[in-house]
Design a protein around this ligand. Structure first.
Ligand code: HEC
Ligand code: HEC
Length: 381
């Protein structure tokens, strides 16, 4: 097993995690080829005392959950290139906090994970423990919880009706089903920086997104079963199961006709608002993964937001994708702009040119062959 520290300026799920400006300091594991049995954290890492028995793939997501919850970076608790060392007191404290969190939930909430790092920390390394007086002197009110199923959902359209309206709004099931490939070119914006981006997609679940950073291309690919990420100067890294799942869903959602195939069940939740628009909310469920929330504009019928969660041993990492600038081409309306938001940052892709149903060679959707790995080489970040 090789550990590779890398400045991931990378796409995940047709979607860039960060460029130089929102670089994610992460460490990824090189999966040992051909070995099917999934490994646990203590088999892969050197100094695991609390998060034992958890799948190794979930360790970095758990670390991302911590950084987002405390509003810090990895170096708040870790020395560079020596994640296993316990030199920083904050890391020791974090272990105590994990024990405390598990105990609180076990002793008070029947083992349900109701209290997480974020429940207390709210993005600060020292939680606020005194009520805040707001600017206008009024009471500080925490934001509303996520919409939940309630008794008032009975009067709402059914999931089938909401989906039917959506498919009708994009141009009808038949037209949507006729779109087999898409080639899109546009611009990715992170903060005030812009980079060219190209998306190749084939229904139902193939998609390769290439972002041209000054130091080289960053590619996110999914071809049904395989998912990979490449960063400038590095060989392709296999996606973790949760990254692959998210990437496959993004690829499928790209073709409206696939939507009904993705979820085992779609449940109507309480309607919500996005800015000044009323939206219907559907929760899509599948086995063993957190539900995905789909938001449909009540006026236009179109899908305007997807909110999904990555499970970690400590809490869920959210990703929100907002779809906008729907344009009709080939009888089907397609979003020309989408914004991907995570606790550590956001970026927007704006498409300006699109071709549909142009044949795309199979080789374009093939995972790049491994090249000689050079761990010293790094992207310019
Ligand atoms: C608030 C403190 C904190 C932050 C921030 C944090 N970690 Fe950790 N990290 C820990 C603790 C505690 C452990 C040990 C967990 C255990 O003993 O079960 C750990 C373990 C690890 C390990 C396993 C090392 C080994 O070989 O034993 C890696 C790798 C790691 N963290 C990476 C990261 C990355 C990458 C980030 C930033 C995304 C990060 N951590 C942010 C506290 C933190
Ligand atoms: C029940 C509330 C609560 C939960 C849950 C909680 N913390 Fe804390 N945490 C605190 C409080 C309060 C402090 C500050 C103590 C102090 O000021 O000395 C703190 C302090 C810390 C510190 C030290 C910060 C510093 O600046 O030195 C770290 C690191 C930390 N928590 C990590 C975590 C992690 C990681 C989790 C989730 C596994 C977590 N906490 C969950 C309440 C909580």
């Amino acid at each position: 097993m090789r550990l590779k520290r890398t400045l991931l300026s990378t796409c995940v799920a047709g979607a860039v995690l960060g460029s130089g400006t929102v670089a994610l300091w992460a460490q990824s594991t090189q999966p040992s080829a051909g070995n099917a049995a999934p490994k646990t954290t203590e088999q892969v890492y050197k100094n695991i005392q609390i998060l034992k028995g958890v799948l190794a793939d979930q360790l970095i997501p758990a670390m991302q959950f911590i950084t987002a919850s405390l509003g810090v970076q990895c170096d708040f608790c870790h020395l560079e290139n020596a994640f296993e060392k316990d030199d920083k007191e904050t890391k020791q404290t974090a272990r105590k906090m994990m024990r405390m969190m598990f105990a609180i939930n076990k002793d008070n909430f029947d083992g349900h994970r109701e209290v997480t790092c974020y429940a207390c920390h709210r993005g600060a390394h020292k939680p606020v423990i005194t009520p805040i007086i707001s600017e206008d002197g009024g009471q500080f009110v925490a934001e509303e919880k996520m919409p939940r199923e309630g008794p008032d959902t009975a009067s709402l359209p059914t999931a089938d009706q909401i989906l039917g309206t959506y498919l009708q709004s994009v141009g009808g099931t038949a037209a949507a089903a006729r779109i087999s490939t898409r080639i899109q070119k546009g611009t990715l914006t992170v903060g005030s920086e812009h980079f060219p981006v190209e998306v190749l997609a084939q229904a139902p679940a193939k998609r390769v997104t290439t972002v041209r950073f000054p130091g080289g291309d960053s590619v996110t690919g999914i071809n049904g079963e395989e998912g990979w990420l490449t960063t400038p100067g590095h060989a392709a890294d296999d996606m973790s199961p949760s990254e692959r799942d998210a990437a496959r869903m993004d690829a499928e959602l790209f073709f409206p006709a696939s939507l009904t195939l993705i979820f085992k069940e779609l449940r109507v939740e309480r309607p919500s608002r996005i800015d000044d628009r009323e939206v219907y909310v559907l929760a899509g469920t599948r086995e063993n993964v957190p539900p995905v929330e789909l938001f449909f504009d009540q006026q236009s019928g179109l899908l305007v937001r997807v909110l999904r969660f990555e499970e970690t041993p400590l809490g869920r990492n959210p990703t929100e994708i907002d779809y906008a600038d729907y344009r009709e081409e080939g009888g089907v309306k397609t979003p020309f702009r989408w914004t991907v938001s995570r606790p550590n940052g956001r970026f927007t892709i704006q498409i300006d040119r699109m071709q549909q149903n142009v044949p795309i060679g199979e080789d374009k959707f093939a995972k790049p062959a491994p090249v000689a790995q050079s761990d010293s080489q790094r992207g310019p970040g």
